[in-house]
Structure formats: C-alpha cells, structure tokens
Design a binder for this molecule. Structure first.
Ligand code: DQA
Length: 152
C-alpha cells in the first residue's frame, strides 16, 4: 500500500522578513524567521500537512514561487511585507491560484500604522487576512488553510 503524500503548504515571505528578530523588534518582535518556520511546521504537522517556507526580497522571485505553487502546493500562507501595498504583479499571480486556499498574514496590526499600510492588493484574492497577532498569526493562518482543505 502506498502512503498518501502530505499536502505541502507554501509559506511565502516578502522583503526584509529575513531580518525578522533584528528588524524593528518593537514592531515585529524578537522571534526570527526560523522560529516562524518551526511554528508553521509544528502547526501543519498536527493536521497531517507539511510546509515549505521561503523568503525573498525580490518581487519577481515571489511571483515565480506563487506560479510554482499552482502545481506543487496545496495552499498558500503569504506575508507579502511591503509588496502588500504596492504589487499588482503579486495580486495577478495569486489570482491564478483559484484552486488553492490563500491566507494573508501581517505580524503587526497594519491598520494601526501609517495610512499607506492600510491598503493591501493581496487581500482581494485572500480567503482570510490576519494582522496584529505577532508570529502567532502564521499558526492561525496554517490552521485556517488546513481547515479550508479539510472542508473540501
Ligand atoms: C508587514 C507589514 C508591512 O506593512 C511591512 O511592510 C512589512 C511587514 C507585517 O508583517 O506586519 O514588511 O507585512
């Protein structure tokens, strides 16, 4: 008997999130991206899923990875970071992933910050948006993607 492969969720992180833990800790906290990876992996494992966490400072790279997810991943958790507020390219790429659950995460509460952070291009194609929960928001997002997959 062959085992069913675990669904793999793409956990995508945009610019400057490689510096998580050192970058404005008063805003983003002291946990690192490695901590986020561990948290997401543990949360996904409880639902029989696996994760593939990636980070890039480059918009085109993020677009390429979203396109790859259409073929290779079961769902997407995305913190687009600054590209949230600027990237039509990322919106268009995510819009091609109609078959995948997509949850947008922000570590900080973007709505309590500068006005330019209040608009997200990505939210238009996200099934859910989580902001202001610190890195715990990633765990909530993984939970939600798994719940959406289970409901299918
Ligand atoms: C962020 C919020 C964005 O406005 C900002 O550009 C980031 C991180 C967050 O996780 O709170 O880089 O997405």
């Amino acid at each position: 008997m062959t085992a069913t492969p675990s669904p793999t969720l793409l956990i995508l992180n945009g610019p400057n999130l490689n510096l998580l833990g050192r970058r404005q800790p008063e805003v983003y906290g002291t946990d690192t991206l490695a901590d986020v990876e561990k948290l997401c992996a543990e949360t996904a494992a409880r639902h029989g899923a696996a994760i593939d966490l990636r980070q890039s400072n480059h918009e085109g790279q993020l677009v390429d990875w979203v396109q790859e997810a259409r073929e290779h991943h079961a769902g997407i958790v995305i913190n687009p970071a600054a590209y949230t507020h600027t990237s039509v390219a990322l919106l268009d790429a995510l819009a091609t992933c109609e078959a995948l659950p997509i949850v947008e995460v922000h570590i900080s509460n973007v709505h309590r910050r500068e006005a330019f952070r209040h608009h997200s291009y990505v939210s238009a194609v996200a099934d859910a948006v989580i902001a202001g929960c610190g890195i715990q928001g990633y765990a909530f997002a993984v939970e939600r993607v798994c719940a959406l997959l289970a409901a299918r």
